[in-house]
Design a protein around this ligand. Structure first.
Ligand code: URA
Length: 194
């Protein structure tokens, strides 16, 4: 049985392997009318334990970059393409992504953010429905039909990538800086300046 309560999925049995391995469903957090909606891939071990997206090491990186640009975690909404932790932190399968897509579409439509920010290759490819070379396209803004409307999507490398490849740190920081500027926060005055 699948069920949603507002933006929260309260029951879902669509993906047998994820249902067997998850501790809980990890829903999005943050204001239901946030200007920025960050979309990651899927919960990791810590997120599965605590029931909140991006609370592990990559969450620390994201929180730090937000703070650098005058934003608190509580100012933005953070969610994932898939709400249950894949075993051994493997990538979600196409079927799992498809099974969870309706929940994400509902969340995007309800939050109606000014900008979506994809964190990493998996959410970028899933939302744009094409292949993405994230190291080339990080920082780009593209239009996509999501949650019932044409929306601006800012592509970012995944915060975890900056931990195992410090060379990606600058691209990540630039993307978050650009996201903050898009909603009038941080040092950059306008989105059009980039
Ligand atoms: N990585 C993700 O993509 N999502 C999380 O919630 C945590 C780590």
């Amino acid at each position: 049985m699948d069920a949603m309560d507002g933006l929260d999925v309260t029951a879902c049995e669509e993906c047998p392997e994820l249902c067997a391995s998850r501790s809980r469903i990890v829903n999005g957090v943050g204001p239901a009318d946030a200007d920025l909606l960050f979309v990651g891939e899927a919960p990791g071990e810590r997120e599965d334990r605590e029931g909140e997206p991006f609370v592990g090491r990559s969450g620390d990186v994201l929180d730090g970059a937000l703070r650098e640009n005058g934003l608190a975690r509580a100012d933005v909404r953070i969610t994932n393409c898939v709400r249950c932790r894949p075993p051994d932190n493997r990538d979600p399968t196409d079927e799992e992504l498809a099974n969870c897509r309706g929940y994400l579409e509902t969340e995007i439509e309800a939050v109606d953010p000014e900008f979506l920010v994809t964190l990493g290759k998996v959410p970028a490819e899933h939302l744009l429905d094409r292949s993405v070379t994230i190291t080339d396209e990080a920082g780009d803004v593209v239009r996509a039909e999501l949650g019932g409307a044409k929306r601006d999507v800012l592509l970012s490398v995944h915060p975890a990538a900056t931990l195992y490849d410090p060379g990606q740190r600058e691209a990540f920081e630039r993307a978050i800086e650009r996201a903050a500027a898009a909603v009038g926060s941080g040092d950059q005055a306008t989105f059009g300046d980039f």
